[in-house]
Design a protein around this ligand. Structure first.
Ligand SMILES: [Zn+2]
Length: 76
């Protein structure tokens, strides 16, 4: 099992965790609401997990220019 963290905006790979004994508690998933889980976490058919987060670059860009958020999420 691998957990891949990617930026939800620029799709940059932020990091990967792998291991057979990763639990939702270790990953912090148990803090999320069901809505957040379905939004943030994607389960791959291969068994891997993709977690969509926001990278530092995009976070800073959005804080500096809040209107960018709309531009970067054209489908939302
Ligand atoms: Zn990003």
């Amino acid at each position: 099992m691998a957990v891949n963290y990617i930026c939800r905006h620029c799709k940059t790979s932020i990091g990967t965790l792998s291991g057979s004994d990763l639990t939702e508690q270790q990953l912090g998933f148990h803090f999320l609401t069901p809505e957040e889980r379905s939004d943030i976490i994607a389960y791959d058919p291969s068994g891997d997990v993709t977690v969509k987060v926001v990278c530092d670059y995009c976070r800073e860009a959005m804080e500096a220019n809040p209107e960018l958020h709309l531009v970067m999420n054209p489908l939302q």
